[in-house]
Ligand binder design. Structure first.
Ligand code: A2P
Length: 274
């Protein structure tokens, strides 16, 4: 079976393809339309966007024009990190739905526990209000699953304690050398699936000699080893590219990294940053 057809089952029973197409940093318009269309053409059935990426309209249009049934595509979008009120969250969801031109999303996430301008600040109360709004949306069926992104243990614990629905996923920055073990372990213990964004460290890992050596051993590219690594760590992975050649290559990862090589890669902490 093509790896693009492989799925995990979320804690609410929904299935999610384990490779998703990331669209962060792809501008709205021709670029996002073209990239999303290429991903769908080449078998990707899971697309990840966000209101704040500004490209929902083009992503939605590409999905429509693909001719692929909406039900055959897993679509994620996100509530802007700055919105920490119940009403604000409901409004932002409507904006995303209008942008995407769809009746439902498969996954709706709180983009971050704090505004980007004030990383690390405490918004427990606001996150709980936003989460209640996501639960209300989930109850209508217009989001088939709900979750969070960039959450640390403390902010995720607060949501789990205050809510009635346990987040289905936590989407975090995750790549070789940046495996965020504390939050990853916590999520695994609580049946919250980790989604790895920037599995190539936004491109920073591509010239890294330690990973290059492993790639040569397998006759694969650094990108393929890096993406395969995130899958073998049990995450959903969200590589992004605007080039068809890379889009194809990034899903051509039907090989297995041996345990000893996984252990070696696990040991390469703080390899690259971006
Ligand atoms: P581009 O978008 O120009 O194709 P991440 O998935 O960690 O966010 O990394 C995305 C970055 O890595 C983008 O700059 C993208 O370039 C680049 N990239 C994605 N796939 C590959 C690949 N297979 N080979 C080389 N560069 C890649």
């Amino acid at each position: 079976m093509n790896i693009l057809e492989n799925t995990y089952t979320l804690n609410n029973g929904t299935t999610i393809p384990l490779i998703g197409f990331g669209t962060w940093q792809i501008p709205n318009g021709e670029a996002a339309y073209e990239a999303t269309s290429l991903a769908l053409k080449n078998g990707y059935r899971h697309i990840d966007t966000a209101l704040v990426y500004g490209n929902e309209k083009s992503v939605g249009q590409a999905i429509k024009d693909s001719g692929i049934a909406r039900e055959a595509i897993f679509l994620t979008t996100k509530l802007p990190a700055e919105i920490k009120t119940y009403e604000g969250a409901l409004e932002a969801f409507e904006t995303s739905m209008a942008n995407l031109g769809t009746d439902y999303v498969d996954l709706y996430l709180i983009h971050a526990p704090w505004p980007w301008s004030d990383r690390g600040s405490d918004h427990t109360e606001g996150n709980i209000l936003a989460w209640k709004a996501l639960e209300a949306i989930y109850a209508t069926g217009r989001a088939k699953a709900i979750g969070v992104s960039n959450f640390d243990v403390k902010s995720l614990e607060a949501i789990i304690k205050a809510g009635t629905v346990v987040p289905a996923v936590n989407q975090i920055k995750f790549y070789i050398g940046n495996t965020q073990d504390e939050i990853t372990q916590f999520c695994q213990n609580n049946d919250v699936l980790i989604e790895a964004y920037s599995p190539l460290a936004s491109g920073a890992i591509l010239g890294e000699p330690h990973v290059q050596a492993i790639a040569e051993k397998y006759g694969k590219t650094v990108a393929q080893v890096s993406i395969r690594y995130t899958i073998q760590k049990g995450t959903v992975t969200l590589p992004k590219s605007t080039h068809e050649e890379y889009i194809i290559q990034n899903a051509d990862i039907d090989f297995v990294l041996k345990n000893e090589d996984m252990a070696y890669l696990d040991g390469l902490q703080d390899l690259v940053d971006f």
